[in-house]
Design a protein around this ligand. Structure first.
Ligand SMILES: Cc1cc2nc3c(=O)[nH]c(=O)nc-3n(C[C@H](O)[C@H](O)[C@H](O)COP(=O)(O)OP(=O)(O)OC[C@H]3O[C@@H](n4cnc5c(N)ncnc54)[C@H](O)[C@@H]3O)c2cc1C
Length: 318
Protein backbone atom coordinates (compact mmCIF):
# COMPACT_ATOMS: atom_id res chain seq x y z
CA UNK A 1 0.00 0.00 0.00
CA UNK A 2 1.26 3.47 -0.86
CA UNK A 3 0.57 6.35 1.53
CA UNK A 4 0.32 9.88 0.09
CA UNK A 5 0.20 13.47 1.24
CA UNK A 6 -0.25 16.57 -0.86
CA UNK A 7 0.64 20.16 -0.02
CA UNK A 8 0.93 23.55 -1.62
CA UNK A 9 3.23 26.52 -1.19
CA UNK A 10 1.81 29.93 -2.07
CA UNK A 11 4.17 32.48 -3.65
CA UNK A 12 7.96 32.77 -3.95
CA UNK A 13 8.21 29.70 -6.20
CA UNK A 14 11.85 30.37 -7.12
CA UNK A 15 12.91 30.78 -3.49
CA UNK A 16 11.02 27.59 -2.51
CA UNK A 17 12.79 25.62 -5.27
CA UNK A 18 16.14 27.01 -4.14
CA UNK A 19 15.36 25.87 -0.59
CA UNK A 20 14.62 22.32 -1.83
CA UNK A 21 18.02 22.25 -3.55
CA UNK A 22 19.84 23.41 -0.40
CA UNK A 23 17.94 20.91 1.76
CA UNK A 24 18.77 17.95 -0.52
CA UNK A 25 22.40 18.97 -0.58
CA UNK A 26 22.50 19.26 3.25
CA UNK A 27 21.03 15.75 3.47
CA UNK A 28 23.58 14.53 0.90
CA UNK A 29 20.91 13.09 -1.41
CA UNK A 30 20.54 13.56 -5.17
CA UNK A 31 17.87 15.92 -6.48
CA UNK A 32 16.51 14.96 -9.89
CA UNK A 33 14.12 16.56 -12.39
CA UNK A 34 14.18 19.60 -14.64
CA UNK A 35 13.12 23.22 -14.31
CA UNK A 36 9.44 22.46 -13.72
CA UNK A 37 9.78 19.61 -11.25
CA UNK A 38 12.26 18.49 -8.56
CA UNK A 39 12.21 15.19 -6.69
CA UNK A 40 14.26 13.34 -4.10
CA UNK A 41 14.00 10.12 -2.12
CA UNK A 42 14.84 9.59 1.53
CA UNK A 43 13.64 7.31 4.37
CA UNK A 44 11.98 4.98 1.80
CA UNK A 45 9.79 7.92 0.74
CA UNK A 46 9.70 10.29 -2.22
CA UNK A 47 9.08 14.04 -2.34
CA UNK A 48 8.10 15.79 -5.58
CA UNK A 49 7.88 19.57 -5.97
CA UNK A 50 6.10 21.01 -9.04
CA UNK A 51 5.87 24.58 -10.27
CA UNK A 52 2.24 25.73 -10.59
CA UNK A 53 0.72 28.80 -12.23
CA UNK A 54 0.56 31.96 -10.16
CA UNK A 55 4.01 31.61 -8.59
CA UNK A 56 2.83 28.63 -6.48
CA UNK A 57 4.28 25.14 -5.99
CA UNK A 58 2.76 21.72 -5.27
CA UNK A 59 4.33 19.13 -2.97
CA UNK A 60 3.55 15.40 -3.21
CA UNK A 61 4.88 12.86 -0.74
CA UNK A 62 4.69 9.08 -1.16
CA UNK A 63 5.82 6.22 1.06
CA UNK A 64 5.12 2.55 1.66
CA UNK A 65 5.03 3.28 5.41
CA UNK A 66 2.81 5.93 7.00
CA UNK A 67 5.30 6.57 9.82
CA UNK A 68 8.01 7.45 7.27
CA UNK A 69 5.60 9.59 5.25
CA UNK A 70 4.79 11.61 8.39
CA UNK A 71 8.50 11.84 9.25
CA UNK A 72 9.19 13.40 5.85
CA UNK A 73 6.17 15.71 6.22
CA UNK A 74 7.46 16.86 9.60
CA UNK A 75 10.97 17.38 8.26
CA UNK A 76 9.81 19.44 5.25
CA UNK A 77 7.33 21.43 7.34
CA UNK A 78 10.20 22.39 9.66
CA UNK A 79 12.65 23.25 6.88
CA UNK A 80 10.11 25.38 5.02
CA UNK A 81 8.80 27.09 8.15
CA UNK A 82 12.34 27.97 9.19
CA UNK A 83 12.89 29.27 5.64
CA UNK A 84 9.87 31.58 5.94
CA UNK A 85 7.29 29.48 4.01
CA UNK A 86 4.25 27.49 5.07
CA UNK A 87 3.27 24.29 3.32
CA UNK A 88 -0.53 23.90 3.40
CA UNK A 89 -1.05 20.12 3.63
CA UNK A 90 -4.22 18.27 2.71
CA UNK A 91 -3.89 16.43 6.04
CA UNK A 92 -2.13 17.27 9.32
CA UNK A 93 -2.50 15.14 12.46
CA UNK A 94 -2.28 18.17 14.71
CA UNK A 95 -1.68 17.19 18.36
CA UNK A 96 -0.78 13.56 17.57
CA UNK A 97 2.44 12.04 18.94
CA UNK A 98 5.53 12.70 16.80
CA UNK A 99 5.92 10.27 13.85
CA UNK A 100 7.41 6.97 14.98
CA UNK A 101 6.88 7.67 18.69
CA UNK A 102 5.23 4.89 20.72
CA UNK A 103 4.53 5.10 24.44
CA UNK A 104 5.42 1.95 26.36
CA UNK A 105 5.40 0.84 30.00
CA UNK A 106 8.44 -0.47 31.84
CA UNK A 107 7.66 -4.04 32.88
CA UNK A 108 11.01 -4.98 34.43
CA UNK A 109 14.62 -3.81 34.82
CA UNK A 110 16.96 -6.63 35.79
CA UNK A 111 20.75 -6.73 36.13
CA UNK A 112 21.58 -9.42 33.57
CA UNK A 113 25.41 -9.21 34.05
CA UNK A 114 27.84 -6.96 35.97
CA UNK A 115 27.82 -4.31 33.23
CA UNK A 116 24.26 -4.47 31.88
CA UNK A 117 20.66 -4.01 32.95
CA UNK A 118 17.98 -5.56 30.73
CA UNK A 119 14.81 -3.53 30.46
CA UNK A 120 11.50 -4.92 29.19
CA UNK A 121 8.91 -2.50 27.80
CA UNK A 122 5.33 -3.36 26.98
CA UNK A 123 3.21 -1.61 24.37
CA UNK A 124 0.91 -2.27 21.43
CA UNK A 125 3.42 -1.08 18.83
CA UNK A 126 6.33 -3.31 19.91
CA UNK A 127 6.13 -5.51 16.80
CA UNK A 128 7.05 -2.70 14.43
CA UNK A 129 10.43 -2.35 16.18
CA UNK A 130 11.32 -5.85 14.91
CA UNK A 131 11.93 -4.99 11.28
CA UNK A 132 14.15 -2.91 9.03
CA UNK A 133 16.35 -1.27 11.68
CA UNK A 134 17.91 -2.46 14.92
CA UNK A 135 17.77 0.70 17.01
CA UNK A 136 15.44 3.24 18.63
CA UNK A 137 15.55 6.42 20.69
CA UNK A 138 14.51 6.02 24.30
CA UNK A 139 12.65 9.15 25.43
CA UNK A 140 12.96 9.84 29.16
CA UNK A 141 10.92 12.92 30.19
CA UNK A 142 12.25 15.21 32.89
CA UNK A 143 9.25 14.51 35.13
CA UNK A 144 8.17 10.86 34.74
CA UNK A 145 5.02 11.55 36.82
CA UNK A 146 3.80 14.22 34.36
CA UNK A 147 5.45 13.34 31.05
CA UNK A 148 5.19 15.65 28.05
CA UNK A 149 5.88 14.29 24.55
CA UNK A 150 6.84 15.70 21.17
CA UNK A 151 3.72 16.26 19.07
CA UNK A 152 2.72 17.33 15.58
CA UNK A 153 1.96 21.04 15.20
CA UNK A 154 -0.67 22.70 13.02
CA UNK A 155 1.89 23.01 10.21
CA UNK A 156 2.87 19.31 10.35
CA UNK A 157 6.25 19.72 12.04
CA UNK A 158 7.26 17.97 15.26
CA UNK A 159 7.37 20.27 18.27
CA UNK A 160 9.35 19.14 21.33
CA UNK A 161 8.16 20.16 24.80
CA UNK A 162 10.09 22.88 26.61
CA UNK A 163 10.87 20.52 29.49
CA UNK A 164 13.94 18.51 28.63
CA UNK A 165 13.63 14.96 27.28
CA UNK A 166 16.74 12.76 27.41
CA UNK A 167 16.84 10.67 24.21
CA UNK A 168 19.74 8.23 23.92
CA UNK A 169 19.85 5.49 21.27
CA UNK A 170 19.53 1.80 22.20
CA UNK A 171 19.25 -1.50 20.36
CA UNK A 172 16.33 -3.89 20.46
CA UNK A 173 17.69 -7.23 21.72
CA UNK A 174 14.42 -9.18 21.56
CA UNK A 175 10.75 -8.46 20.93
CA UNK A 176 7.31 -9.96 20.39
CA UNK A 177 3.86 -8.62 19.52
CA UNK A 178 3.56 -6.46 22.64
CA UNK A 179 6.96 -6.22 24.32
CA UNK A 180 10.58 -5.41 23.56
CA UNK A 181 13.83 -5.81 25.49
CA UNK A 182 16.97 -3.67 25.45
CA UNK A 183 20.23 -3.70 27.42
CA UNK A 184 21.72 -0.63 29.11
CA UNK A 185 25.50 -0.64 29.63
CA UNK A 186 26.41 0.95 32.97
CA UNK A 187 28.94 3.78 32.88
CA UNK A 188 29.64 6.86 34.97
CA UNK A 189 27.76 10.10 34.38
CA UNK A 190 24.87 8.47 32.53
CA UNK A 191 21.33 9.89 32.96
CA UNK A 192 19.93 6.63 31.56
CA UNK A 193 21.80 4.51 34.12
CA UNK A 194 20.67 6.87 36.89
CA UNK A 195 17.10 6.48 35.63
CA UNK A 196 17.21 2.68 35.47
CA UNK A 197 18.65 2.51 38.97
CA UNK A 198 15.49 4.20 40.28
CA UNK A 199 13.67 0.92 39.39
CA UNK A 200 11.24 2.58 36.99
CA UNK A 201 8.80 -0.37 36.74
CA UNK A 202 5.35 0.92 35.77
CA UNK A 203 6.66 4.18 34.26
CA UNK A 204 5.75 5.28 30.73
CA UNK A 205 8.66 5.99 28.37
CA UNK A 206 8.80 7.02 24.72
CA UNK A 207 10.25 4.73 22.10
CA UNK A 208 10.97 6.42 18.77
CA UNK A 209 11.90 4.55 15.62
CA UNK A 210 12.99 2.06 14.59
CA UNK A 211 16.05 3.65 12.97
CA UNK A 212 19.65 3.00 11.99
CA UNK A 213 21.01 0.01 10.16
CA UNK A 214 20.26 -3.69 9.86
CA UNK A 215 22.73 -6.54 9.50
CA UNK A 216 25.09 -5.78 6.57
CA UNK A 217 25.02 -8.36 3.79
CA UNK A 218 28.76 -8.73 2.93
CA UNK A 219 30.49 -12.06 3.45
CA UNK A 220 32.67 -12.59 5.32
CA UNK A 221 31.29 -10.06 7.77
CA UNK A 222 33.72 -8.75 10.42
CA UNK A 223 32.12 -7.18 13.49
CA UNK A 224 34.07 -5.13 16.05
CA UNK A 225 32.56 -3.35 19.04
CA UNK A 226 32.69 -2.26 22.66
CA UNK A 227 30.00 -2.89 25.29
CA UNK A 228 27.54 -0.41 23.76
CA UNK A 229 27.74 -2.32 20.46
CA UNK A 230 27.33 -5.72 22.13
CA UNK A 231 23.51 -5.78 21.74
CA UNK A 232 23.79 -4.85 18.03
CA UNK A 233 26.52 -7.43 17.43
CA UNK A 234 24.48 -10.15 19.17
CA UNK A 235 21.54 -9.32 16.85
CA UNK A 236 23.82 -9.37 13.77
CA UNK A 237 25.34 -12.72 14.73
CA UNK A 238 21.80 -14.11 14.79
CA UNK A 239 20.80 -12.42 11.53
CA UNK A 240 23.93 -12.91 9.36
CA UNK A 241 23.41 -15.38 6.54
CA UNK A 242 27.03 -15.74 5.41
CA UNK A 243 30.38 -16.19 7.17
CA UNK A 244 30.65 -13.89 10.20
CA UNK A 245 33.03 -13.26 13.10
CA UNK A 246 32.93 -10.77 15.97
CA UNK A 247 35.57 -9.21 18.22
CA UNK A 248 34.36 -7.41 21.35
CA UNK A 249 36.08 -5.45 24.09
CA UNK A 250 33.39 -6.41 26.65
CA UNK A 251 34.16 -8.56 29.68
CA UNK A 252 33.55 -12.33 29.57
CA UNK A 253 30.75 -11.91 32.17
CA UNK A 254 29.01 -9.33 30.00
CA UNK A 255 29.43 -11.47 26.87
CA UNK A 256 27.55 -14.26 28.68
CA UNK A 257 26.49 -17.05 26.33
CA UNK A 258 28.39 -15.44 23.44
CA UNK A 259 31.65 -16.71 25.02
CA UNK A 260 30.58 -20.20 23.88
CA UNK A 261 30.06 -19.00 20.28
CA UNK A 262 33.14 -20.01 18.17
CA UNK A 263 32.56 -16.94 15.94
CA UNK A 264 33.17 -14.58 18.89
CA UNK A 265 36.44 -13.48 20.52
CA UNK A 266 37.42 -10.92 23.13
CA UNK A 267 40.06 -8.20 22.98
CA UNK A 268 41.36 -5.40 25.20
CA UNK A 269 42.18 -3.31 22.11
CA UNK A 270 39.65 -3.06 19.28
CA UNK A 271 41.89 -1.02 16.98
CA UNK A 272 44.76 -3.52 17.33
CA UNK A 273 42.31 -6.34 16.54
CA UNK A 274 41.02 -4.45 13.52
CA UNK A 275 44.45 -3.64 12.11
CA UNK A 276 45.51 -7.28 12.55
CA UNK A 277 42.58 -8.47 10.40
CA UNK A 278 43.24 -9.33 6.77
CA UNK A 279 40.17 -8.24 4.83
CA UNK A 280 39.44 -10.27 1.69
CA UNK A 281 37.55 -9.15 -1.43
CA UNK A 282 33.76 -8.96 -0.91
CA UNK A 283 34.07 -8.66 2.87
CA UNK A 284 32.20 -6.08 4.97
CA UNK A 285 33.67 -4.54 8.13
CA UNK A 286 31.33 -3.18 10.81
CA UNK A 287 32.91 -1.27 13.71
CA UNK A 288 31.10 0.58 16.54
CA UNK A 289 32.53 2.02 19.76
CA UNK A 290 33.42 5.44 21.28
CA UNK A 291 33.95 8.35 18.85
CA UNK A 292 37.75 8.31 19.12
CA UNK A 293 37.98 4.60 18.29
CA UNK A 294 35.45 4.98 15.46
CA UNK A 295 37.61 7.77 13.96
CA UNK A 296 40.73 5.58 14.18
CA UNK A 297 38.85 2.66 12.59
CA UNK A 298 37.55 4.84 9.74
CA UNK A 299 40.99 6.21 9.07
CA UNK A 300 42.51 2.70 9.04
CA UNK A 301 39.84 1.26 6.73
CA UNK A 302 39.93 4.14 4.22
CA UNK A 303 43.74 3.97 4.37
CA UNK A 304 43.49 0.32 3.32
CA UNK A 305 41.52 1.41 0.26
CA UNK A 306 38.08 0.20 1.37
CA UNK A 307 35.20 2.09 -0.27
CA UNK A 308 32.44 3.64 1.87
CA UNK A 309 30.13 0.82 0.71
CA UNK A 310 32.46 -1.79 2.28
CA UNK A 311 32.44 -0.68 5.89
CA UNK A 312 30.70 1.08 8.77
CA UNK A 313 32.70 2.88 11.47
CA UNK A 314 30.11 4.28 13.88
CA UNK A 315 30.55 6.45 16.99
CA UNK A 316 28.13 4.93 19.53
CA UNK A 317 29.07 7.47 22.19
CA UNK A 318 31.37 10.49 22.60
C1 LIG B 1 22.95 3.04 16.95
C2 LIG B 1 23.32 3.00 18.44
C3 LIG B 1 22.93 1.91 19.20
C4 LIG B 1 23.26 1.85 20.56
N1 LIG B 1 22.86 0.77 21.31
C5 LIG B 1 23.17 0.71 22.63
C6 LIG B 1 22.72 -0.35 23.46
O1 LIG B 1 21.97 -1.25 23.01
N2 LIG B 1 23.10 -0.38 24.77
C7 LIG B 1 23.90 0.61 25.31
O2 LIG B 1 24.23 0.55 26.51
N3 LIG B 1 24.32 1.66 24.55
C8 LIG B 1 23.96 1.73 23.24
N4 LIG B 1 24.36 2.80 22.49
C9 LIG B 1 25.21 3.83 23.13
C10 LIG B 1 24.39 4.84 23.94
O3 LIG B 1 23.45 5.48 23.10
C11 LIG B 1 25.35 5.87 24.54
O4 LIG B 1 26.24 5.27 25.44
C12 LIG B 1 24.60 7.01 25.21
O5 LIG B 1 25.53 7.99 25.51
C13 LIG B 1 23.87 6.54 26.44
O6 LIG B 1 23.20 7.64 27.02
P1 LIG B 1 23.53 8.08 28.52
O7 LIG B 1 22.29 8.58 29.13
O8 LIG B 1 24.15 6.93 29.21
O9 LIG B 1 24.66 9.12 28.32
P2 LIG B 1 24.81 10.59 27.69
O10 LIG B 1 23.97 11.62 28.34
O11 LIG B 1 24.74 10.48 26.20
O12 LIG B 1 26.28 10.79 28.15
C14 LIG B 1 26.61 11.00 29.51
C15 LIG B 1 28.11 10.87 29.68
O13 LIG B 1 28.45 9.49 29.52
C16 LIG B 1 29.53 9.35 28.63
N5 LIG B 1 29.38 8.04 27.97
C17 LIG B 1 28.42 7.65 27.11
N6 LIG B 1 28.57 6.35 26.79
C18 LIG B 1 29.66 5.92 27.46
C19 LIG B 1 30.33 4.66 27.53
N7 LIG B 1 29.91 3.61 26.83
N8 LIG B 1 31.42 4.56 28.32
C20 LIG B 1 31.86 5.62 29.03
N9 LIG B 1 31.27 6.84 29.00
C21 LIG B 1 30.18 6.99 28.22
C22 LIG B 1 29.40 10.53 27.68
O14 LIG B 1 30.64 10.86 27.11
C23 LIG B 1 28.92 11.62 28.62
O15 LIG B 1 30.00 12.23 29.26
C24 LIG B 1 24.02 2.89 21.14
C25 LIG B 1 24.40 4.00 20.37
C26 LIG B 1 24.04 4.05 19.03
C27 LIG B 1 24.45 5.26 18.21
Amino acid sequence: MTHRLVGSIAGQQAAAFALIGEHASRLGIPLSGGDEEKRFSIWSSTAVFRRLDGDCAAVELESAERRLLLTLQSNLAEVFEDGGFTIEWDEVNEGALAPGLALMQVVSATRRSPGFTRVRLRGEEAARFATGSLHFRLLLPEDPAAPEWPRISRTGRTVWPERKIHKPVYTVVAQDEDWLDFDIFHHAGSPTCDWVETTPVGQTVGVMGPGGGWCPSGSPLYLFGDETALPAIARMLALAEGEVSAVLSASAEDLGELTADPRVSRTEDLIAALTATVIPEGAYVWFAAGAESARAARSHLTGMGLAKSQFTAAAYWS
